[in-house]
Design a protein. Structure first.
Ligand SMILES: *Cc1c(COP(=O)(O)O)cnc(C)c1O
Length: 800
């Protein structure tokens, strides 16, 4: 057997491996082993099987001196690893059988794994999908991130309100990582810049060590594995025993305190940004450790740093790692004596920047005071990059640049530092050009490119939806998992009534299973015959959960007024977290729960409408809810959602989208066909027009009796009887500060929802549309996206 294809494991051999690990690694006797012990033993047995392709990939990359991709991201929203690894290794069934022989159930054991939640939402989940696709495609790559002790907070509801609890994934052993204490770098902060022998030398005032923890990421069929290298912070100084013994306990621990805080917690903001010193330190901690590691690896086998771009591609996932440019330039100039201009060119040829948002409140800007204080040498370098850029482009308008109004704009820094800047959907890329960086685009034509996001079909279809995955394989054969365009082969089966029935049966079984889970999670009983209408994502005003909720109230009101009309049963499923400091988003959470309480208790409507909001949305909950969805709510204000990836997961799993022309919805609709998509709402252009009317909301409300009624019910306290004024703030926002145009899109949204009802009543017609959605989603594989990055940005090929 060669290294790529280790001997296939039999059930008996794998059972022996699990037992061996249970005994000698975990140190437990089978008769006393807990679920945790079994999971550890199973994880180690699987991890052993990753090591072969992992070593093989590393050796091959070294031997061929292959160009490597470095994906820098402050977030990796991975979720559970065990089953995904088992599936990619082709060991899911063998593992289940071996465990069964040992009296254990695979799903029960796997469900005890905590989610690795080192991210907030779409951006972090994208990084995880991309890591898996790079491994699948044999693209030699490292992911670099931070090993947060506490990932994204756990969400609970108390009296309908979100409370945040510390997340604790590392309180158990993390079975998938390898600690690399020998791989560590010093990261400096503060201090001053001195000149020594003509060169600038930064003398840091404080420092920490970044220590590596490696998690292998195995691709489909175990052909290749890459490394996710997460950095944990450690004190640089040894614990000061002398000071401790003399009674100075606080001073003895000083160096430890800084270190412990840096990799302690993930910042829970998603679409907003706060100029906090600790966050800047985290960003530099990740970036500096990554750049030092990249250069160390390069210099192990090369000497000419000028040839770095031939072997190194560095991708910045948003501006969070945008100090990569200044840090690389600093080391090339101050440590290696390369001229400034040349260093800038080398860095630019290595770097790419992915823009994820146009929202002004999410664009990172650091005060020059803070930047100069925390990173004095980098502040100088940033100013020099900006000055040189202006000199090279004297026609650059005065309002364009990196340093403006005593702030460092990280978007402009990333743009000017990179040879490619990409948006994440066709529409978003157009808007990046037209609205965010029009002047820089004009100075650097061709630098901005599009790479529409994608999702990995291994996790989001094969693993999350085994019923549909099995049906797909029966219909078109194996091989779609790493060649998702083959789903198009399903089109030939869509005309077959028996196939449509089986497609509907898989959905129905997923819904029944999820209905049970919803009852356990929320106490509410829902019927699997109702439309499962799903909006699962971060809670944000631009994503417009409020629009969905106003429609929910409208449906309730309508059923009560017209009890004998032809109503189609619905379950409105919400899930998602709000940033802890985002007051309006938290009010919306409270309102969803209050509305759920009133509607679910109403005997007049209970068979027709339910509202559920299971707490603590995460990757595992997404894997549970998405395969059970009929309707995918993608209703952001046009121009605000850069891409979305939840929309792709849902459509791939046979949900029909109700959506605006925003982000990747546009391309999803192009692929699945307008007749299989429920479009509504203003376009990105119309949104700008509409906002020019200062009374846009009032006009929209006046034109809709239903919207007036719904807002009136909210204002009267129908959903908060003990505190009738609770939602006056929300009502006032809709009337007077409706920036996200909830009122203006309400009527159009309700009309689209009526079309949904009508389509759903034709059960077979709905199944046809749903199956077509699945069949036409091949384009949205993250494999396609990564091939695009490799071709257009990284200039690299597969090593397989
Ligand atoms: C896919 C995913 C997201 C992104 O969802 P959008 O609808 O694109 O915002 C967020 N959180 C989790 C857990 C996900 O799996």
């Amino acid at each position: 057997m060669n290294a790529l294809h280790p001997a296939p494991l039999t059930r008996d051999a794998f059972r022996a491996e699990i037992l061996r690990h249970l005994t000698y690694t975990v140190g437990k006797d089978a008769s006393h082993a807990s679920l945790y012990d079994w999971r550890m033993a199973l994880s180690f047995a699987l991890r052993d099987r990753i090591v072969t392709p992992w070593f093989h990939a590393t050796r091959r990359t070294w031997a061929e001196d292959h160009k490597r991709v470095y994906y820098l991201s402050m977030e990796f929203l991975i979720g559970r690893i065990l089953e995904d690894a088992a599936i990619n290794l082709g060991l899911r069934e063998v593992a289940a059988e071996a465990l069964a022989d040992l009296g254990q159930d695979f799903a029960t054991v796997a469900a005890t794994e905590p989610d690795a939640a080192l991210g907030n939402g779409g951006l972090g989940r994208l990084a995880a999908c991309y890591m898996e696709s790079m491994a699948t495609l044999g693209c030699p790559a490292y992911g670099y991130g931070i090993r947060y002790e506490h990932g994204l907070f756990r969400q609970e509801f108390e009296n309908g309100q979100q409370v945040e609890l510390a997340e604790d994934w590392l309180s158990q052993k993390h079975a998938w990582e390898f600690e690399r204490p020998e791989c560590a770098y010093t990261i400096g902060f503060k201090g001053q810049v001195e000149t020594q022998r003509g060169r600038s030398v930064w003398v840091a005032g404080e420092s920490v060590r970044a220590s590596a923890y490696d998690t292998p990421v195995v691709g489909w069929a175990g052909r290749w594995a890459n490394t996710l290298r997460l950095w944990g912070a450690l004190p640089t100084k040894r614990f000061d025993l002398a000071r401790f013994n003399s009674g100075d306990y606080a001073a003895a621990a000083e160096s430890e305190t800084l270190a412990r805080t840096i990799s302690r917690v993930l910042y829970p903001e998603d679409a907003t940004y706060q100029g906090k010193e600790l966050r800047l330190k985290q960003e530099y901690f990740l970036t500096s450790a990554a750049i030092q590691d990249i250069l160390r690896r390069y210099l192990d086998s090369h000497s000419d740093l000028r040839a770095l771009p031939a072997k190194v591609a560095i991708q910045m996932n948003d501006t969070h790692p945008a100090l990569a440019g200044p840090e690389l330039i600093r080391i090339l100039t101050d440590h290696h004596g390369i001229g400034f201009g040349e260093a800038v060119e080398i860095a630019r040829a290595c770097l790419g920047y992915t823009n994820h948002t146009l929202l002004p409140e999410a664009l990172e800007r650091w005060s020059t005071w803070l930047m100069g204080n925390v990173l004095p040498r980098h502040m100088q370098i940033i100013e020099r990059i900006d000055e040189d850029h202006l000199k090279a482009h004297p026609k650059r308008p005065h309002y364009v640049g990196i340093v403006k109004h005593h702030e460092v704009r990280m978007g402009e820094l990333a743009f000017i530092s990179s040879h490619r800047v990409n948006g994440v959907s066709a529409l978003h890329t157009d808007l990046v050009k037209a609205r965010l960086f029009p002047e820089l685009d004009a100075l650097h034509p061709g630098r901005i490119v599009n790479q529409t996001n994608g999702i990995t079909p291994r996790r989001w279809l094969r693993m999350a939806n085994p019923r549909l995955a099995t049906l797909v394989t029966e219909a078109i054969g194996a091989g779609w998992e790493d060649d998702l365009d083959r789903l198009a082969g399903l089109e030939g089966h869509v005309g077959d009534a028996a196939f449509r029935e089986r497609f509907a049966a898989a959905k129905r079984a997923n819904k029944a299973e999820t209905a049970d889970w919803i009852r356990r999670a929320t106490g509410t009983t829902v019927s699997p015959d109702a439309i499962f209408d799903v909006q699962v994502k971060r809670i944000h005003e631009y994503k417009r959960q409020l629009l969905n909720l106003l429609h929910t109230i409208a449906v309730w009101h309508d059923i009560r007024q017209n009890p004998n009309a032809n109503h189609v049963p619905r379950v409105k499923i919400f899930a998602g977290k709000a940033a802890p400091g985002y007051v309006v988003a938290k009010e919306i959470i409270h309102l969803i729960n209050d509305v759920a309480g009133v509607i679910n208790a109403d005997p007049a409507t209970r068979d027709l409408l339910r509202v559920v909001y299971p707490p603590n949305y995460n990757v595992s909950m997404a894997e549970r809810l998405i395969p059970a969805a009929d309707l995918s709510e993608q209703i952001s204000t046009a121009g605000k959602e850069a891409s979305g990836t939840g929309n792709m997961k849902l459509s791939l799993n046979g949900a029909l989208t109700i959506g605006t022309l925003d982000g990747a919805n546009v391309e999803i609709r192009d692929h699945v066909g307008a007749e299989n998509f429920f479009l509504f709402g203003l376009t990105a252009e119309e949104v700008l027009e509409r906002r020019k009317d200062p009374d846009h909301a009032r006009h929209a409300i006046m034109e809709s009796q239903m919207l007036q009624d719904v807002l009136q019910m909210l204002a009267e306290g129908r959903f908060s009887p003990g505190q009738p004024g609770r939602y006056h703030g929300i009502v006032d926002r809709v009337w007077n500060h409706d920036y996200f145009l909830v009122a203006s899109d309400f009527a159009s949204y309700c009309a689209a929802q009526r079309a949904v009802d009508a389509a759903y009543q034709d059960g077979d017609g709905w199944s046809r549309k749903a199956a077509i959605n699945t069949a036409r989603m091949g384009f949205f594989s993250s494999d396609r996206a990564i091939r695009g990055y490799m071709r257009d940005i990284w200039n690299t090929g597969s090593a397989l």
